[in-house]
Structures are given as structure tokens and as C-alpha cells.
Design a protein around this ligand. Sequence first.
Ligand code: DGL
Length: 266
Amino acid sequence: MSKSIGVLDSGIGGLTVVSALQKQLPGEDIVYFGDNKNCPYGNRSAEEILSLTMDMLDFMKSKDVKIVAIACNTISTLIDSYKDKYDFPIIDIISPTVDHIIKMDTYNVGIIGTEFTIKTGTYQKMLLEKNPDIRIIGEGSKSLAGLVDAGKFDDPETREVIQTHINNMMEKGDIYNLVLACTHYPIVEDVFLDIAPELKLINPAFQQAKAIREHLYQNNLLSNKEVGTLEIYSSGDTNVYTKVIEKLNLKNIKSINTVDPKKAAI
Ligand code: DGL
């Protein structure tokens, strides 16, 4: 029997990656962990984020997964600190997205993410290394991920925050493509599009799912089932999951559970 793919995130955002995986790899079983209790990660220190991430990775180890997708951009900026500590391969969300943007041959790119992600400059450095002519406008948000994690999808506050961020970026210069560099943001992609229909939005979830598919194919690890299942674990309230599952049209949910990753991993 083939093992599952593990997907982890600071909260519900990583379900955007699950959605892309279910489209690209419908036969795979997926184990999801969202650390809703400690979300948002984007306003925490690197030490805190690392410690919480290792708890989730230990949980994934206890589930005997064959690969882990770090859906969270914020956690992905720290990948070098934990990727070699586990037996399973760990795939970040930033590298495949950077490769995709480079292939698009575009020059004016906006990147909106958590304060942590933007401050690390990870996207900016990786893009400029591959194309020194690319023009990047980075915008960090303190509150957007938290609002989405609280289920405020179609909400005036969420709309206002997105509007302010888009205005900030536009004031700094022209952008044609906008990377939704936080997994929570594609959940409210419709609001972004409504406010700025001229922008081409880039959802990193598709690129990460492609990278996972490629890795599994190269290593002969693809499942041969027709239909895979989705097992959801959260450290916090699971009510919001019903709302996201419906919005993203996620399929074949086996169970939704609340767990403490520390206790569950033992
Ligand atoms: N989902 C996370 C990301 O992709 C951010 C949300 C948070 O701040 O916890 O960066």
C-alpha cells in the first residue's frame, strides 16, 4: 500500500495546496496538519516558527508519510534549518514558484506575503539570483492571514486590508503579476481579482503540487489508486474547515480531527 503525502501549514491556508494536489494527483492519500491554534506564524520569531514546525514534522513522521509539502511560505523561508533532519523528502513552496516566475519571463512582479516572509527577502533574493533585471515590489501583511484563518472570507475588513495592500504596491510602481505568497491568500483570490482585475495572480500551490508530482514520479512513489482520501488534523478549532472545504471544493474527506501534535507524535 502506498503511503500518504503530508501537507502542513500554520492554519487552513495549506488546503490551497491540497486542492492543487487533488487536481494533479487524484489517487494520492493526503494527511493535512494545520496549526490553527498558533496561527498566524507570520508575526512570530524564527525560533518560535522552527519549534512549532518541528512539532508538525514529528507528527508527520508518526503518520509515516512518504513526502511532506511545506505549504506555508513563512515556514518555507526556513527550510534549510530542518529539511535534513527527517527521513522523508521535504518540499518547500518557494523554490518551484520562483522557477515558474523565471520561466514566465516577466519583469514587474508584486509579492504579497506575511511580514516574516517579505522581511526575510527569500523570494526577492532567489528571483534576483536567477534574473537580476526583474523588478520586485514586496508587501508584507500583519493581518490578512489571521483574518482568513478566522473564516472572514467575504468580509469588509478583509476587503479593506487587501485594498490597502494593493494601493501600497501600486504607489511603489507598476506590477503586472502578483504572487499570493501566503497560502491563506488564494482562499480570498476572488476579492483580489475583484479589486484589481488587471493583475495576473500567481498561486504557488499549483507549482508546489507539480514539484511533488515530479518528485514522486522520479522516485517511483506514485500511488496506483484511482481515488485518494484526505485526513485533516488541526491543533485548534475545526469549524472553519467546513467553510474552506466547501470554498475549495475539496473531496473525499476521511476525517477532521483536533490534536495536539506533540502528544499525537509520541
Ligand atoms: N500560511 C502562511 C504562509 O503561507 C502564513 C500564515 C501565518 O501567518 O501563519 O506564509
